[in-house]
Write a protein that binds this ligand. Structure first.
Ligand SMILES: *Cc1c(COP(=O)(O)O)cnc(C)c1O
Length: 385
């Protein structure tokens, strides 16, 4: 068996045709034909009021922090178990990040922990749909409404998924997708999208994204010249990225179907270990759909996980752990604070290991990974590890 990497960028085949078409059009800056087609596709797919392509999900989170007008001293509540960008975007605008616990079964932010962390300085809640699985959005939107807070969905991993039938990324005031090469769908390695669900943000988002100018209104003929009207930056990907993305969006069902097959195969083959209480397998609650973004299992503890990762590595399989909780990191300690009790975040994140899962992964490769995990637990049982 050849080495099995953790990830390979998905390629459906027609990307190169669209990229050539973009090059031949002699228009490669942002907001061209391909960008507009991608945005329309995202709007139809999710039902959001406005989708804007971004150079990354990180950039999307940064524009969210500007749109909800985060000021120094504001507090933003988010899970500690997440990628750094979820926190950085708000810290960059002067916020103090308030980390709260996740629930053990989904690794998603706990609504009761959010509630307990709210102060008069709280401005926003950022939820992360881990592994694409939905957070408990009814509870969270209810808490936000009671306290007049913004909700931003870090739906980086959640494209195509829904909560009680409503697309993730469209439930909060704002939502963001990632099209990084490790995600289900990519725009050529880097990219993202901002979903604007509260339409009062649309005009300002278009201005901030165009370096603080009203160029978009000018292009639409709404004003006769364009000028500097607000703070801003450059939040546009090029047409080459949009061309790659359009090819993937047009084939999203094919990609999703294959990922789901692989995810279910892992689940079925490894359920024997769960029945013997050796590992915990992921749970997808009935309120969430499954976009098969990550397949993980949880070992007994960090020692067992480290041993499993190196056992697989020696057999050519790249399995990897995930986030080191942000509240334990150097910057997290300086710029944030964990409020409430860390019941699950540290312990559960130390048990979690992600298995290779990508569009081109073969059934034989999945079988090989599973056989070796089962062998690992046999060797533990026989006292050889
Ligand atoms: C991947 C990811 C990001 C960052 O996405 P980029 O497109 O690489 O900026 C942010 N948050 C979460 C939860 C992610 O998984």
């Amino acid at each position: 068996m050849n080495k099995i990497p953790f990830n390979k960028s998905p390629v459906v085949g027609i990307e190169i045709d669209y990229i050539r078409e973009a090059i031949d059009s002699k228009y490669l800056a942002g907001d061209g034909v391909f960008s507009r087609k991608c945005e329309a596709t995202l709007e139809n797919m999710t039902g959001t009021k406005k989708a804007l392509l971004m150079p990354s999900c990180t950039a999307g989170l940064e524009i969210c922090a500007m749109l909800v007008n985060i000021q120094p001293g504001d507090e933003v509540i988010l899970p500690s178990f997440t990628f750094v960008s979820t926190a950085n975007a708000f810290v960059l605008r002067g916020a103090k990040v308030i980390f709260v616990d996740v629930e053990a079964d989904t690794m998603n932010i706990s609504p009761s922990a959010i509630k307990a962390a709210i102060t008069p300085r709280t401005k926003a809640i950022v939820v992360v749909h881990y592994a694409g699985v939905s957070c408990k959005m009814d509870e969270i939107m209810g808490i936000a409404a009671t306290h007049n807070l913004f909700v931003i969905e870090d739906a980086a991993q959640a494209i195509g998924n829904s909560y009680k039938g409503k697309a993730l990324g469209t439930i909060g005031h704002l939502g963001v997708f990632s099209f990084h090469e490790t995600k289900n769908i990519t725009s050529g390695g880097e990219g993202g999208a901002l979903l604007i669900n509260d339409e009062t943000f649309i005009e300002r988002a278009e201005i901030i994204r165009e370096k603080g100018t009203n160029r978009k209104l000018f292009l639409r003929g709404n004003v006769d010249k364009y000028t500097w009207v607000d703070v801003g930056s450059s939040f546009l990907p090029s047409e080459l990225q949009a061309a790659y993305l359009l090819a993937q969006l047009e084939n999203k069902d094919k990609i999703l179907q294959r990922r789901l097959e692989l995810w279910k195969t892992y689940f079925e083959k490894l359920s024997i270990l769960e029945k013997s209480s050796l590992v915990t397998l992921p749970i997808v609650p009935s309120y969430s759909s499954n976009n098969a973004h990550i397949f993980y299992l949880k070992c007994k503890d960090i020692e067992e996980r480290t041993a499993l990762i190196s056992y697989l590595f020696e057999r050519g399989v790249m399995a990897v752990f995930h986030y080191i909780p942000l509240h334990t990191s150097k910057c997290g300690l300086e710029l944030g604070e964990f409020i409430g009790e860390d019941i699950n975040t540290s312990i559960e994140s130390q048990r979690l290991v992600r298995l290779p899962l990508f569009y081109e992964l073969t059934n034989e490769e999945v079988s090989y990974v599973c056989e070796n995990i089962i062998k690992f637990y046999d060797e533990i049982k026989n006292g050889r590890i």
